[in-house]
Design a protein around this ligand. Structure first.
Ligand SMILES: Cc1cc2nc3c(=O)[nH]c(=O)nc-3n(C[C@H](O)[C@H](O)[C@H](O)COP(=O)(O)OP(=O)(O)OC[C@H]3O[C@@H](n4cnc5c(N)ncnc54)[C@H](O)[C@@H]3O)c2cc1C
Length: 318
């Protein structure tokens, strides 16, 4: 019987593993591989304490840190995918391939994948002007014309971030109404460098070595319109990797695990979640790592102190 099973090898899973090992929790880290989503990035510039690191080196440093901390108490199972977590009495059974692990607590840190644009040029220009993360890549497009594809809150928040440094931002939305909150829409569209195009269906991303323009079809007239742009930011949705806990923990309408942000507890005793698989609104490496640390601090007290209703005692709804 393990104290803790951590699932996922991104910054959340790695941070949790380091803290669990230092607290001498008998634990297992089950991962497909180290690194997480930003492993494909050529240059991560906001991992605190590290001004610049490639995604590949980021993955290596997470792995090195976990192995430096692991000691005798943490096992690392690399190249494995968790298929199911089930409750069994007062503990859980985690299934990965032919193996089953019994544990008193589980920390889910399996992140998410982003919905990709499926238009001509999208594959060619990914990371050559087309990106899926404004906080990560926005500053690279200072003083340039950029396009945001989306029309929900994430699209507008992306546009708002980009207005801090870009020359102009054009937001293309394929419906006749924005899905974002009206107050957000109004605030963002008020900026004179911001242009919103409704019923605008992105058709192609064009360029040479890097993106130079975007073509979209105007749904009202049926005409194709080409606009100059050096950056394209797609915010068209994401898929949290949470299928293996469906029915066990409470998920929101997008499939993200609903957590108490003070403790990272899911809505079931004994399960915590951290990083991009949760319903937290912001998705960054530092946030994922920090949330995982918070989770381990809390589950340690729960495991050792038997303080089962720790937050309930202090007035939590969970
Ligand atoms: C292209 C790109 C660039 C980015 N650049 C930056 C940046 O520069 N700075 C920044 O702060 N943020 C960046 N981000 C965002 C950042 O990568 C995420 O916020 C962060 O990775 C979330 O970490 P996580 O640990 O929660 O999840 P993830 O990084 O998604 O890691 C989850 C891990 O769990 C594994 N996993 C999933 N399901 C299972 C399963 N069933 N069993 C076992 N393992 C499983 C996955 O393979 C993955 O390795 C970027 C994102 C993208 C897409």
């Amino acid at each position: 019987m393990y104290d803790l099973i951590i699932i996922g090898g991104g910054p959340a899973g790695a941070a949790a593993a380091v803290y669990a090992a230092r607290k001498r929790l008998k634990s297992v880290l089950i991962i497909k591989e180290f690194g997480g989503q930003s492993v494909v990035s050529s240059d991560i510039q906001n991992w605190i304490g590290t001004p610049s690191i490639s995604g590949a080196d980021f993955a290596k440093s997470l792995k090195a840190h976990v192995f430096a901390a692991k000691g005798e108490v943490l096992e690392v199972k690399e190249g494995m995918q968790v298929e199911r977590v089930e409750r069994s009495g007062d503990h859980f059974i985690v299934s990965a391939g032919a193996e089953k692990f019994e544990t008193r607590s589980v920390l889910v840190a399996t992140g998410m994948s982003r919905k990709k644009l499926e238009v001509a040029g999208a594959d060619t220009y990914e990371n050559k002007g087309l990106t899926y993360c404004a906080s990560c890549d926005g500053p690279l497009f200072a003083d340039k014309d950029v396009v945001v594809v989306g029309g929900g809150n994430a699209g507008f928040e992306t546009a708002l971030q980009l207005l801090a440094y870009c020359k102009s931002v054009t937001l293309l939305h394929n419906h006749t109404n924005y899905k974002a909150d009206p107050v957000t829409v109004e605030g963002v569209l008020n900026d004179p460098r911001m242009h919103g195009a409704l019923n605008a269906h992105i058709k192609e991303i064009k360029g040479g070595q890097f993106v130079t323009s975007v073509v979209y079809t105007d749904g009202a007239s049926g005409k194709d319109i080409e606009i100059p742009a050096e950056g394209v930011f797609a915010e068209i949705g994401h898929y949290p990797s949470t299928n293996f806990v469906k029915g066990l923990v409470e998920l929101n309408e997008f499939g993200s695990i609903i957590t108490d942000p003070r403790t990272q507890r899911a809505k079931i005793e004994g399960i915590w979640a951290a990083g991009d698989c949760t319903d937290a609104p912001y998705h960054q490496n530092n946030i994922a790592g920090g949330d995982a640390v918070k989770a381990v601090e809390d589950l340690y007290l729960w495991l050792k102190g038997g303080v089962k209703n720790w937050w309930a005692i202090q007035g939590s709804n969970l």
